[in-house]
Design a protein around this ligand. Structure first.
Ligand SMILES: *Cc1c(COP(=O)(O)O)cnc(C)c1O
Length: 566
C-alpha cells in the first residue's frame, strides 16, 4: 500500500509549472502564473478530472516582503517546512547536470478540493544527501539566482519531472506546460521515442516528433518576444550536455539560442494563449503556429469571500460546481443581501488593514484596490501621474486607495515604483488615505478583491496577457475599472460589469487623464448616488456577466475537451 495508490490506477494529465500557489502557507509562487496553476488543480479536483501537477519544492520560497522606513522593499527568505504539509516519496531519479549526476526526490502534496475531489502534486527536491551542496540548492529559491541556476531548475522540472512520474508508476495521457519553463520535458520525451539508426531516413530528425507533439500541450503567457526565457547554446551544452543532438535542438529551439517558448511551440500540437487578444498577438509573433485562445479563469470557491459564499449557497446552491449558475444573480438575489454581504467583506478588509498597518479606513467612503506584481508595465503609478488632478477628484468625492504587490528582487524598476508609491502616499496624507499592504500573498489577495469597492487595473497595452485578479473581484461583486487589455477586452461591458479606461486602440499618454475623468464623472458619482440601486446593479452585473464565465471550471472544461482529448 503506497500513498500513491489512489492516484496511479488511472491515466492522468501531467501539468507542469515552475510555480504553484497551493495554499497561503506554502510560498511556492510569485504571482499570477502560480495562482493560475493552483486554480487549475483546484478546478480539476472539483471536476474530477485526473491530473498530476509537477513543480519544484522551493524550500526558501519566493520571498517575504517588508518595507523599510524609506518605503523600500526588503526581501527575506520565505522558508517553509515541506514535512508539515507533504509526504516524502521513496522514489529517486537522476539527471545529468554539468556532467554530474544530480539526484531528485519528491514530496507528495495532496490537494483536497471543496467538493471531495483530490489531486496529487509532486514537488521536486534536490536537497538530498547524495548531492553536492550547491546541487542541493537547485530547488531552494523560486526564480532566484542567475541564468545557470534557472537553467538547472528547468532541467530538474522538465527532465526530472518526466522521469520521476515514470518511476512512481504514473501513466500520463497528456503533458501540459504552463509557460515555457518546463519545455525541456519535451526533450526527455524525444529521447524516449528515439528512432533506431536503421529506421532513419537522411535529413530526418532521429526522433518520433509527431508522437511527442501529440502528447504535449503548451500555454504561453508572454505577449512580448523579450519576455521569453532564452539560454545560450554554450550554457546549454555545458550544463545539460547533449541529451538531444545539438543540431536537432537548434532546429527545434532556435538557431542562435535556446528559446524555451520556441521549443515548447515546436513540441506541442496544442498551443494556447490566455485571452483572445493574447492569442491574436501570439499568432502574429509566431507565424506558422496555430495559437488557440483559452481565456484564464479563477477558482470559484477560493476567490469568493465567506459572505458571498453563504449568499450563493443559499440562492444558487450548485454554483461551486457550476458557476454558470451565477448568471441568475440579477433576478434571484435581493439587492439588500448583496449590499450586506459586501459590507461584511469590506469590514473584514478594514480590520485586516488596521491589524497590519494600524491605518483606519472609512467604511462609508469607496475603496479603490490595486494589487499585483509591482513591475513597470503594470503601471501601479498611473493613478498618481498628476497629484493635483488626483487631489481635485478626491476633494469632490472622497475615496481611499489600498495597494499591494512585490517586485522581483532583480527588477530595479519595480522596486523603485514601490518606493515612489510610498512617497506619493505620504504626499497625499492629508487629502486621502493611500495604504500599502506589505507582503502581498493569497490571503491578502482574498481580503482585497472582496473588500474594496472598485478593482483598478492600469497595464500598458498589450503587456497584460490576461490578468486574473479582476476576475476574483467579480466573484465578490466588485466591478473593475481597467485599461482594455487582456481579459478585460472580453469582460468589459461599459457601465454593466465595470468601466474601461481609455479605449482598446488608444495610446497610453491619455490613460491617466481618462482614468481621472472616469473616476470624477462616472464611478464616484454613481457610488455616492442617493439611490444605491445603480451601484448594486453594477455589482450584480460583475457577478452575472464576469464571474459566471471567467472561472477556472470553464477554463478546465475547455482544456479537457479541446486540448486533452483530441
Ligand atoms: C491573483 C493574484 C495575482 C495576479 O494578479 P494580476 O492582477 O492578474 O496580475 C498575483 N498575486 C497574487 C497573490 C494573486 O492572488
Amino acid at each position: 500500500m503506497s500513498v500513491l495508490d489512489d492516484f496511479i490506477h488511472e491515466p492522468r494529465v501531467a501539468y507542469f509549472s515552475m510555480e504553484i500557489a497551493l495554499r497561503n502557507e506554502i510560498p511556492t509562487y510569485s504571482g499570477g502564473l502560480g495562482v493560475l496553476a493552483g486554480d487549475t488543480v483546484r478546478s480539476a479536483a472539483d471536476l474530477a478530472l485526473p491530473l498530476v501537477a509537477v513543480s519544484l519544492v522551493s524550500r526558501a520560497g519566493y520571498f517575504r516582503q517588508a518595507i523599510d522606513a524609506q518605503g523600500r522593499q526588503v526581501e527575506q527568505a520565505a522558508v517553509w517546512e515541506p514535512r508539515e504539509w507533504a509526504t516524502p516519496l521513496d522514489a529517486k531519479i537522476a539527471v545529468s547536470i554539468e556532467g554530474r549526476t544530480v539526484w531528485i526526490g519528491a514530496w507528495l502534496y495532496v490537494l483536497d478540493g471543496y467538493l471531495g475531489g483530490r489531486q496529487p502534486v509532486l514537488l521536486l527536491d534536490t536537497d538530498l544527501d547524495e548531492n553536492r551542496p550547491d546541487d542541493r540548492e537547485i530547488t531552494h529559491t523560486l526564480y532566484g539566482g542567475d541564468d545557470v541556476y534557472r537553467f538547472k531548475q528547468e532541467i530538474v522540472l522538465g527532465i526530472g519531472g518526466v522521469r520521476l512520474l515514470q518511476a512512481l508508476g504514473f501513466r500520463i495521457r497528456q503533458y501540459h506546460m504552463n509557460e515555457g519553463h518546463s519545455a525541456l520535458l519535451g526533450l526527455e520525451l524525444l529521447r524516449r521515442y528515439e528512432y533506431s539508426p536503421e529506421d532513419l531516413r537522411p535529413g530526418e530528425l532521429p526522433y518520433d516528433l509527431p508522437r511527442v507533439r501529440a502528447l504535449c500541450n503548451f500555454t504561453t503567457h508572454t505577449p512580448v518576444e523579450a519576455g521569453h526565457d532564452r539560454f545560450s547554446y554554450a550554457l546549454v551544452q555545458r550544463v545539460l550536455g547533449t541529451t538531444v543532438e545539438l543540431a536537432a535542438l537548434r532546429h527545434l529551439a532556435g538557431e542562435d539560442s535556446l528559446n524555451m517558448t520556441r521549443l515548447a511551440l515546436n513540441l506541442s500540437e496544442y498551443v494556447n494563449g490566455v485571452a483572445k487578444r493574447h492569442a491574436e498577438i501570439s499568432n502574429t509573433m509566431f507565424p506558422g503556429y496555430r495559437v488557440h485562445a483559452v481565456t484564464n479563469g479563477v477558482h470559484p470557491f477560493t476567490w469568493t469571500s465567506e459572505p458571498f459564499r453563504k449568499l450563493y449557497d443559499r440562492y444558487l446552491p450548485s454554483w461551486c460546481h457550476e458557476p454558470e449558475q451565477l448568471v441568475r444573480v440579477d433576478c434571484c438575489i435581493p439587492d439588500a443581501a448583496i449590499r450586506e454581504a459586501h459590507m461584511q467583506a469590506k469590514q473584514a478588509l478594514i480590520e485586516q488593514v488596521r491589524a497590519r498597518t494600524r491605518a483606519a479606513l472609512n467604511p462609508t467612503a469607496p475603496i479603490l484596490g490595486f494589487a499585483r506584481r509591482m513591475t513597470a508595465y503594470k503601471r501601479p503609478d498611473l493613478l498618481f501621474t498628476d497629484l493635483e488632478r488626483l487631489q481635485a477628484v478626491a476633494r469632490q468625492h472622497a475615496f481611499q486607495v489600498v495597494l499591494a504587490g512585490k517586485a522581483h528582487p532583480h527588477d530595479e524598476g519595480g522596486k523603485r515604483l514601490i518606493e515612489q508609491l510610498h512617497a506619493q502616499a505620504r504626499a497625499l496624507e492629508d487629502i486621502m488615505p493611500v495604504i500599502f499592504l506589505p507582503d502581498y500573498d493569497m490571503e491578502i489577495a482574498q481580503a482585497l478583491v472582496a473588500g474594496v469597492d472598485v478593482w483598478l487595473n492600469t497595464p500598458l497595452r498589450p503587456f497584460e496577457a490576461s490578468g486574473t485578479s479582476g476576475m476574483k473581484a467579480a466573484f465578490n461583486g466588485v466591478p473593475n475599472l481597467s485599461v482594455l487589455d487582456g481579459w478585460w477586452i472580453e469582460g468589459c461591458i461599459e457601465g454593466v460589469t465595470g468601466w474601461a479606461i481609455g479605449d482598446a486602440a488608444g495610446g497610453d499618454d491619455g490613460d491617466a487623464r481618462a482614468l481621472y475623468d472616469k473616476l470624477e464623472e462616472v464611478v464616484l458619482p454613481l457610488y455616492y448616488d442617493g439611490d444605491p440601486g445603480g451601484w448594486i446593479k453594477l455589482m450584480k452585473g460583475a457577478i452575472s456577466k464576469n464571474a459566471s464565465y471567467f472561472n477556472s471550471h470553464r477554463m478546465m472544461r475547455r482544456y479537457a475537451t479541446e486540448a486533452y482529448i483530441r
